[in-house]
Design a protein around this ligand. Structure first.
Ligand code: GDP
Ligand code: IMO
Ligand code: MG
Length: 423
């Protein structure tokens, strides 16, 4: 069984929570793209774990893998391993594997990210974690691999080859080039490499072999479909492919192996950072979604922008990912709003369309066309079955299902594991 999970909106849909919930049924949970720009919150009883890199299956028996298509900041990785160990979760080499070909985020990538963002007249609002610059080096074949990091001699050789060009880049953008070879940073990376060495793995081989043995594998996406570097709202996107096909390409697993593609979709929409969000609400409804949904970024603490459910964007996600079903999260947050609105189309240049225009500047000019639904007042956070939802909430869920054209399999009504049920 090979299942892929991706975010259907702009990230923070609750992927971490759903992966934690499902991980019990999977032998392996693997991250396939992104880096510590991701921030996943997993709540189990009173414990809250906020993680950026370690796949969200870490609490259960699954083996967790970081695939070679991710970009890895070793400092964050070691911090997360420590944090989990302090919380009593042992992260042994049997538990965690990191592919040798994973690109390492170097201090100069973080520096370049910050410098570039500062010089942009129109900001992207990146997480300043060096993600884009680490991916530039991967594509340019100038990256440091995880297998270089764990071998001091190889790391020094690699750095001496890359350093002159990196120094020029930093100088050209107004920064201090000494960061590239600063001895304390290099020593720190050598020591992080030593600490992480036991985790080295061949992720593609492991996953394919496990599938051959009849085991089950869950690929956990980071970010969301509209932040995809190819199909998203350029330039306001991240630097990796966030859609389901990316799991195959980045993990080295053929598309014929895929059994299920699950959308994680919020009952409304949020976005952190810049870029179009046609249904954004700046008045009372937006404030309600923000406050009740605690919509603050897990990675940067920034306020998330909030709006009504955007069906044209959801339909595009269904096309981009080939979803077989969805998990609908944060339905509880809509309690108390009346009416509840679904954006079913946009008005653009005098025409009504039901699918997003490809061009980002056109999307930014789209005016939402809403369908209004009756709201409900009941608190949903202790609902444990579909039939116990207020009738108006069920009408809302079924309307989303019909318009998206895929079944809703799970409904989430709170951050806790137990606050989820099958529809
Ligand atoms: P991810 O990046 O997709 O993993 O999502 P985040 O963890 O960044 O953001 C989702 C936030 O919503 C987290 O704080 C979760 O604990 C919380 N959450 C997840 N599902 C629900 C839900 O159904 N209801 C409520 N109220 N909170 C939820
Ligand atoms: P999870 O996995 C929400 C956004 C940033 C910025 C843009 C580019 O928690 O859903 P980057 O640092 O990637 O170059 O920033 O992408 N972004 C996210 N937004 N959730 C995320 O991850 C995100 N990761 C990146 O805010 O707009
Ligand atoms: Mg998040």
């Amino acid at each position: 069984m090979f299942t892929i999970i991706t975010g259907a909106q702009f990230g923070d849909e609750g992927k971490g929570k759903v992966v934690d919930l499902m991980a019990g049924d999977y032998n392996i949970v693997a991250r396939f793209q992104g880096g510590d720009n991701a921030g996943h919150t997993v709540k189990v009883k009173d414990e809250i774990y906020k993680l950026h890199l370690i796949p969200s299956g870490f609490l259960l028996d699954s083996r967790v893998l970081i695939g070679p298509g991710t970009v890895l900041n070793p400092e964050i990785m070691v911090e997360e391993i420590r944090m989990l160990e302090e919380a009593g979760v042992k992260v042994s080499a049997e538990k965690l594997g990191i592919d040798g070909k994973t690109s390492i985020i170097m201090p100069y990538h973080i520096e370049l990210d910050g410098l570039r963002e500062a010089t942009r007249s129109e900001k992207i609002g990146t997480t300043k974690r060096g993600i884009g610059f680490a991916y530039i080096d991967k594509i340019a074949r100038d990256e440091v691999h995880f297998s270089d990091l764990v071998d001091e001699k190889r790391l020094m050789q690699r750095l001496s080859d890359i350093a002159p060009q990196k120094e020029e880049e930093i100088k050209a953008i107004g920064g201090d080039p000494s960061i590239v070879t600063e001895s304390s940073l290099v020593d720190r990376y050598i020591s992080l490499g030593r600490e992480l060495a036991p985790y080295i793995a061949d992720v593609s081989y492991e996953i394919n072999k496990s599938l051959d043995e009849g085991k089950s594998v869950l690929a956990e996406g980071a970010q969301g479909s509209h932040l995809d570097v190819i199909h998203g709202t350029q330039k306001f996107v991240t630097s990796s492919s966030t859609i389901a096909g990316s799991a195959c390409a980045n993990l080295g697993v053929g598309p014929t192996r895929v059994n299920e593609v699950l959308a994680i979709v919020k009952a409304y929409i949020t976005r952190v950072g810049a870029g179009p969000l046609p249904t954004e609400q700046e008045g009372d409804a937006g404030q309600h979604l923000h406050d009740v949904g605690h919509e603050f970024g897990t990675t940067t603490g920034r306020s998330r922008r909030c709006g009504w459910f955007d069906m044209p964007l959801a339909k595009k996600s269904v096309y981009l990912n080939g979803y077989t079903s969805a998990a609908l999260t944060k339905l509880d947050v809509l309690t108390g709003l009346d009416p509840v609105k679904i954006c079913v189309g946009y008005e653009l240049d005098g025409k009504v369309i039901d699918y997003p225009p490809e061009d980002t500047s056109q999307l930014a000019r789209c005016v939402p066309v809403y369908e209004e639904m009756e709201g409900w007042d009941a608190d949903l956070t202790s609902v444990v079955g579909y039939e116990d939802l207020p009738q108006k909430a069920r009408v809302y869920v079924e309307r989303l299902e019909k318009l998206m054209g895929i079944p809703v399999k799970y409904i989430s009504v709170g951050p806790g594991r137990e606050q989820t049920f099958m529809k």
